[in-house]
Ligand binder design. Structure first.
Ligand SMILES: [Zn+2]
Length: 322
């Protein structure tokens, strides 16, 4: 008997990444198509169905060889029935993704939040090393978070668990956040936040390397901050200290509640490597309970863009084992 495969999908605002994944989590084939957000995203599920049909037929897969489709989607989702309440990037409002895609493909569909599927992917095949208690944090334009507890994704009462980027009480009267509140972690430790903090202090730091960067190109990025910090720039180091303080404190507080064995940091900002991780671990050690501290290892996410498709495929095997 041929072993079945799963289809993992990472649904983004500009591209839809898809992969055929075997039962061990290895990618057999992967490809992507552009996300058609015209007409309030009404063509998206048909495009996905057509693309899967073409790929699987060309690859010689029969419908019975395919376990189903796991899909990580942005926005607010009901994980039980795969109903998307609101996904701004895609134009979806009250969209029955699971039902629609099942009808169009004839395959079983499981839907979850894209930050959760990224965490699941890293846990299964990446830096998470199969840890059954894990926190995964993606530091990109915003901050995404997924929590695995006892081997399963922590969803919470209505799917909102793991919104690490919106932990507040970080700073009094902080910067406005996309969520409508102010001072969320995302306004500080995302790539956008780091760039904002660095830029806001330039006037008082006219002799800094960061100011030179700003003169050269009219902006300073999170990457500039870490590069200049590594080269000994005082202001850049000050920024790194500020952001790792807030990030490390937030992670320590979460870890004190969840007691993870693995904390995986991904996204563009994680490319800073040890320049981010060393100060972050120090702050973490300061605020985490001693037993929580010794029980938790930090790691940089290792799957990059594949985390989403691998984790989405894992949704099916997880569901089958329950
Ligand atoms: Zn927020």
């Amino acid at each position: 008997m041929t072993e079945t495969v799963s289809i993992g999908i990472d649904l983004g605002g500009t591209t839809i990444k898809m992969a055929i994944v075997d039962q061990q989590g290895n990618i057999v084939d992967k490809w992507e198509i552009p996300t058609d957000t015209s007409n309030n995203g009404r063509n998206i599920s048909q495009n996905i169905a057509d693309s899967i049909k073409e790929k699987t037929e060309n690859g010689g897969w029969k419908l019975k060889d395919i376990d189903g489709i796991g899909i990580g989607a942005p926005g607010f989702i009901n994980m039980e029935n795969g109903f998307i309440f609101h996904a701004v990037n895609l134009g979806w409002k009250n969209y029955p993704l699971k039902d629609d895609l099942e009808r169009k493909t004839g395959l079983k569909v499981v839907v979850d939040n894209d930050a959760n599927t990224a965490a699941l992917g890293e846990m299964w095949k990446g830096a998470g090393k199969q840890a059954s208690d894990l926190i995964c944090i993606t530091l990109g334009t915003g901050i995404g978070g997924g929590i695995i507890s006892n081997g399963t994704i922590l969803h919470g009462a209505n799917g909102m668990a793991g919104e690490i980027g919106h932990i507040t009480s970080i700073v009094e009267s902080g910067a406005p956040c996309n969520c409508g509140k102010t001072g969320c972690l995302e306004t500080i430790a995302s790539a956008t936040g780091i760039s904002r903090i660095a830029t806001e202090g330039l006037e008082e730091n006219l002799s800094s390397m960061l100011y030179k960067k700003w003169i050269e190109k009219g902006r300073v990025t999170a990457e500039d901050v870490f590069t200049c910090a590594a080269e000994g720039d005082d202001w850049a180091n000050e920024v790194v200290k500020t952001i790792t303080h807030h990030l490390g404190l937030a992670i320590a507080n979460m870890a004190n509640v969840i007691n993870p064995s693995r904390i995986v940091i991904g996204g563009g900002v994680s490319k800073a490597g040890d320049h981010l991780m060393a100060p972050l671990k120090k702050v973490f050690g300061k605020y985490a309970l001693p037993r929580v501290h010794v029980g938790a290892d930090f790691a940089i996410a290792s799957l990059g863009n594949d985390a989403g498709v691998i984790g989405s495929a894992r949704l099916l095997t997880l569901r089958n084992s329950n």
